[in-house]
Design a protein around this ligand. Structure first.
Ligand SMILES: *[C@@H]1O[C@H](CO)[C@@H](O)[C@H](O)[C@H]1NC(C)=O
Ligand SMILES: *[C@@H]1O[C@H](CO)[C@@H](O)[C@H](O)[C@H]1NC(C)=O
Ligand SMILES: *[C@@H]1O[C@H](CO)[C@@H](O)[C@H](O)[C@H]1NC(C)=O
Length: 388
């Protein structure tokens, strides 16, 4: 009797899978065997963990590779390098001393910090493989590197996440690069608009690929609800000619019944609830904005293998550990000032809760889903017990 077609197909699949895994295993073995033992004199602190660093076997099939421009570094190259330094770092005498010093004297605190980084990378990896289990992306597009700032002296790539201390990061980058002497002296507008910092997408293809391969890649995340409330307070609760005119006016005219003529004209006075209605609307009357765009979209952390994942909640600690790791001068420390609306209280979890309590449960759930990837990727706990 002829077995049914589905059974035959099933058997074939099993057979193919078996052969496939065998080939993969052999290939992996081969890769491990052929890793050259590098001896650069740099203390090897830990091997970076990243989904991108698994051998690109699957991605070798041409149709799996999306139309990106910049191949990520092959896995082998990074196995022996310090994740916070990057492999091509020229090892000067001074630098070797610094590295040794940080490896030896770092003590408990820096060990703890390194473990924290390891676990954050690990979690991000797990989340990425959950969202891109098959179509693992191996190449970054120009758009995906467009929010990344470059600091060549200390070989740093910083992905800008607004509302997570990005002005202060830009100041630090300017001082690190020798473009300013003191962090405190750089006014807000200069940090953002003086064009002193170059973005990664402004380099040619080889320049981008080399920097992506060998520089320390950094991003700082923030609890998504707090980041959203912080953006709302900053852009809608204080006078702001751009955000009120562009976003405020269309938000009020779309979501407020019986808006007054003056509200429609100025766009001032958007409520948090109206703002959230706009955010959740699939037919938004105006587009998204970097201040409330998800970090997973701004920085593409499943494509770009960030070495360092900082958090706004432990900003000073994380930032100073990073600065120390890259060998920044001791007198450069991360500033702790708030320069937008300095008289207003900083958005805290308490303040965020107050704003979110203006929404009903369905709306909160939808905002949570909107930022769900950010919650998972950066392992923030759910902010309200009724969310699921
Ligand atoms: C740090 O110290 C160096 C020399 O010791 C000095 O040239 C530089 O301006 C200082 N930087 C800051 C930010 O204070
Ligand atoms: C808007 O105004 C109309 C007429 O003045 C009134 O009937 C209606 O209830 C108002 N709607 C709201 C939501 O206030
Ligand atoms: C919550 O508010 C939305 C409007 O944004 C409304 O459509 C929905 O019915 C409300 N849900 C509950 C449970 O009150």
């Amino acid at each position: 009797m002829k077995p049914p077609n589905s059974l035959l197909c099933f058997l074939w699949c099993v057979l193919l899978l078996g052969v496939g895994s065998l080939l993969l295993l052999v290939h992996l073995q081969h890769l491990t065997d052929s890793v050259p033992q590098q001896n650069t004199g740099v203390p090897v602190l830990e091997a970076p963990e990243w989904p991108m660093e698994k051998p690109p076997v699957a991605a070798r099939q041409a149709n799996d590779i999306p139309a990106g421009l910049f191949p990520m570094s092959p896995p082998i190259l990074r196995l022996c390098s310090d994740p916070l330094v990057g492999i091509k770092q020229p090892v000067t005498k001074r630098r070797r001393k610094q590295l040794l010093k940080s490896a030896l004297s770092g003590g408990e605190e820096s060990l703890q910090q390194r473990r924290t980084q390891e676990s954050r990378r690990h979690l991000l990896t797990a989340t990425c493989s959950r969202f891109h289990p098959v179509h693992r992306i191996w190449r970054a597009t120009l758009q995906q590197v467009s929010r990344i700032y470059v600091e060549d002296r200390f070989r740093l790539l910083y992905c800008e996440v607004p509302k997570a201390a990005c002005s202060n990061w830009k100041r630090v980058l300017m001082v690190l690069g020798g473009r300013a002497h003191s962090i405190q002296d750089i006014p807000h507008d200069m940090a953002h608009y003086s064009n002193q910092l170059r973005r990664l997408d402004s380099y040619d293809q080889a320049g981008i690929a080399e920097r992506l391969r060998s520089y320390t890649k950094v991003l700082f995340a923030r609890e998504p609800f707090e980041r959203l409330v912080s953006a709302f307070r900053d852009k809608f609760e204080s006078p702001n000619s751009y955000y009120h005119a562009v976003f405020g006016r269309s938000i009020i005219s779309r979501y407020r019944a019986n808006a007054t003529g003056s509200a429609l004209k100025t766009g001032a006075g958007v409520t948090f609830r109206e703002f959230v209605q706009y955010l959740l609307d699939v037919h938004r009357p105006v587009g998204m904005d970097i201040h409330w765009e998800q970090v997973s979209k701004l920085c593409s952390p499943c494509v770009i293998p960030y070495n360092f994942i900082g958090k706004f909640e432990s900003l000073e600690e994380d930032a100073n550990f990073l600065l120390h790791s890259i060998g920044a001068p001791d007198n450069i420390t991360f500033p702790d000032f708030k320069d937008r609306n300095p008289l207003e209280e900083r958005t805290s979890s308490r303040i965020a809760r107050e704003y979110f309590s203006q929404l009903n449960g369905t709306e909160r759930q939808k905002v949570f889903e909107f930022y769900y990837r950010d919650y998972l990727m950066f392992s923030y706990p759910k902010p309200f017990p009724d969310l699921h």
